[in-house]
Design a protein around this ligand. Structure first.
Ligand code: 3SK
Length: 505
């Protein structure tokens, strides 16, 4: 017999449940401008949900957001899910052209934007014919004036809740579609069973809410146990994060290697993180010197882990008190991992590298309107990560890099072909290939290898600026190498691995 689906709404689980349990007076979220208790958050979410309904948003319909980490974004995500609609928080680092492609792809009719990004949002919606309504934060009362939605929409556990755009080796970013139940799964398995998050915790994340890593850290984990989320709207410089951690008594600090590196070199008081009971790192493999530096300089143990947008959050992690250098740790409860060869056969010997596959119930149901790519990544219960990993003899796993040509710079995916296409638009460029080159901490940075047009030379600064004009800044090449020709196979395919070695040496 077919089981009757169970109703479950992630916003009810994250917010209303605490009010119903008598914990409405606890602090739920502290932003740069306001603090909301769980009761106040519940009311605000229900206001936004009613406002979205008034704008015509129906269940399962997308609501796309390009917003800073503030109460408005927090309540918009929760309000959309409350209504049974799908929250689509998007990167605030994109240009208008880049954002416009996501809006058009998602077929969103209602777009929400922070007033800081008014120009980007305006430029973006010009490219997206389905958009009917744009609400910016300076007209937020429009959303708040429709009363209060009465109860969370009776979504199923499997109903769509959240789409997160992620980049691929080629072409456009694609939306990984997550269900309401995925949110509970990551909160209970990683947040609670690995981090031991509890109601007294105060979570501060360097990654913003539009990242899978950020939304788990700053929303799903704290709200799942009645703890407090600390939101920071500005760019997370070491000084800013240290000051925020001190004034707000952060107990859990979530960062990335591209934050820990500058933090260790910055002039920050040694007691800045005195209240932090645990640091967490993801995005890129944590260099051993940063693990040690954080312990020695600030007395903070940083747990490295690996997650993905497709799995919603971290699925291999070190454990508190047992952080091991140069290792992502062991699988998080609820997940299994395998290392497989190019043909998909399981490699069961320690020390032999292969591609990491993961199985766990937070896997996205697929990519929106990308059936072919979805079939290559979501293989039944298993999901391909695209990362090369090795199992160590003590059962821990170590990241060795990518299985394909993708580049992760500062913890964010960069699609080489997107940067190459832009470089090829430059009149001096005949051929262009972008590869990952590690810096002194072994953290990858995009480097452009360029063959100039006959009789021409390329200027590094000019080409980097050329990329910045049309692409988000994090995608820009950090260096340009001029070459007379590109190494190719007999069939004319570019030998990226040869190029990588050439540029590294
Ligand atoms: O990059 C990661 O390791 C990660 C961690 C948590 C959630 C999402 C991602 C991509």
């Amino acid at each position: 017999p077919t089981a009757v689906p169970t109703t479950f709404n992630a916003t009810g689980y994250l917010v209303g449940r605490h009010v119903d349990a008598g914990d409405g007076a606890r602090t739920a979220v502290v932003s740069n401008t306001r603090t909301l208790t769980y009761a106040e958050l519940d009311e605000e979410v229900r206001r936004v949900a009613a406002g979205l309904r008034e704008l015509g948003v129906r269940s399962e319909e997308r609501v796309l957001m390009c917003m800073v980490d503030e109460i408005e974004l927090f309540t918009a995500i929760l309000g959309a899910m409350y209504l049974g609609a799908v929250a689509v928080p998007c990167s605030t680092m994109l240009t208008g052209g880049e954002l416009g492609k996501l809006i058009a792809d998602s077929r969103t009719r209602v777009v929400l934007g922070s007033v800081e990004f008014a120009d980007t949002v305006r430029a973006a919606v010009e490219q997206a014919p389905d958009v009917e309504t744009v609400v910016l934060t300076d007209e937020w009362e429009r959303l708040r004036g429709a009363g209060l939605a009465e109860r969370p929409y009776a979504t199923w556990e499997d109903s769509p809740a959240l789409w997160l755009y992620t980049s691929g080796t080629t072409g456009m970013p694609k939306a990984a579609m997550h269900r309401h139940t995925d949110i509970r799964f990551v909160a209970e398995n990683y947040g609670q069973r690995v981090l031991g998050i509890a109601p007294h915790d105060r979570c501060l994340s360097v990654a913003k809410l539009f990242f899978a890593y950020g939304i788990g850290n700053s929303m799903f984990f704290p709200l799942s146990v009645g703890a407090a989320a600390l939101l920071e709207a500005a760019r997370p410089t070491p000084q800013l994060v240290a000051a925020r951690a001190m004034t707000e008594h952060a107990t859990l600090l979530f960062g990335t290697p591209s934050f820990w590196g500058p933090l260790l070199a910055a002039d920050v008081p040694r007691d800045a993180f005195a209240t932090v009971r645990q640091g967490v790192s993801a995005g890129e493999a944590l260099p051993a010197r940063m693990l040690e530096g954080m312990r020695e300089q600030f007395g903070v143990e940083v747990l490295d882990g690996i997650g993905s947008t497709e799995m919603l959050h971290i699925f291999i992690s070190n454990r508190p008190g047992q952080a091991r250098p140069s290792s992502s740790g062991i699988p998080v409860p609820g997940y299994e991992v395998e290392i497989r060869d190019e043909l998909g056969a399981v490699i069961d010997t320690d020390g032999t590298p292969g591609e990491l596959y993961v199985r766990g119930d937070s896997a996205a149901v697929g990519y929106w309107c990308r059936a072919e790519t979805s079939r290559k990544v979501f293989l039944g219960e298993w999901t391909r990560t695209g990362d090369t990993y090795v199992r160590n003899s003590d059962g821990t796993y170590t990241c060795l890099g990518r299985f394909n040509d993708m580049i992760k710079a500062g913890g964010i995916w960069v699609t080489p072909s997107e940067v190459e296409d832009r470089l090829l638009e430059h009149p001096d460029v005949a051929e262009a290939v972008v590869v990952a080159v590690p810096d002194s901490d072994e953290l990858d940075k995009p480097v452009a290898c360029v063959v100039p047009m006959p009789g021409r030379h390329v200027d590094e600064g000019d080409l980097i600026q050329w990329c910045r004009e049309e692409l988000a800044a994090f995608k820009r090449p950090r260096a340009v190498v001029e070459l007379a020709e590109l190494p190719k196979t007999a069939t004319g395919k570019i030998r990226r691995n040869v190029l990588r070695d050439l540029v590294r040496s």
